[in-house]
Design a protein around this ligand. Structure first.
Ligand SMILES: [Zn+2]
Length: 207
């Protein structure tokens, strides 16, 4: 049994280099000869390679987490099969975990002393907290914010969804995969101003 582990939640908006930080952490573990593994909730069934990839071109292999995956049983099985306990587990896109899966992660921390670091978004495009993130705020030993800056200089808070014309989209499904073409990280003030602008633009269009 390892020493006491911790459950970490590191959250930020889109474009705050969360994935790059996760991969840097993985690299550091390799340098120090520490045992780790990576997981990622699968959100797009078309995704074929099980890798976590950052914009800066680094990638690491990961295991997929499906909505019905029991992560505790998965990790327990791996530990029993290999007889090696991992020091660290890194999770990307942790906002997409279910509440039950975050509970399972906390049990991995408590039973095996494995440190689990979850990287994810705080809120969705309507500014409401994601299920996985909420549970992480409730259970994590350590929570820290990965800050990034809005074009106006304030801290980004909101992951706004945009359409092809750059208008703010306020309705739709909570999960919609996309990058810079579909989302822009904004401070609360710019989010409000841009929504007003988008609404005005739409009104004019239909006059
Ligand atoms: Zn701003």
């Amino acid at each position: 049994m390892n020493g006491p582990g911790k459950l970490y939640f590191r959250y930020g908006t889109m474009g705050s280099a969360k994935t790059a930080l996760l991969l840097t952490q993985a690299y550091n573990f390799e340098e120090r000869g520490m045992q780790y593994m990576c997981f990622k909730p699968i959100i797009d069934d078309r995704e074929k390679d099980n890798v976590i990839r950052s914009r800066i071109g680094i990638e690491r292999k990961c295991e997929w987490i499906y909505p019905d995956t029991d992560i505790y049983e998965l990790v327990k099985g791996l530990y029993e099969e290999t007889l090696v306990l991992k020091d660290w587990i890194l999770i990307d896109e942790a906002q997409f975990l279910t509440e039950a899966q975050v509970d399972q992660l906390s049990r991995i921390v408590d039973d095996y002393g494995t440190n689990v670091v979850c990287y994810g978004l705080r809120t969705d495009f309507q500014s409401h907290v994601f299920e996985g993130s909420r549970r992480l705020f409730e259970l994590a030993d350590s929570i820290d914010e990965i800050k990034s800056t809005c074009s106006c200089g304030r801290k980004t808070i909101i992951n706004a969804r945009i359409d092809g014309q750059g208008n703010i989209v306020t309705d739709g499904a909570q999960v919609e995969i996309g990058g810079d073409d579909k989302y822009v990280a904004l401070c609360r003030r710019c989010w409000r101003n841009r929504r007003i602008e988008s609404a005005n633009r739409n009104t004019i269009k239909f006059e």
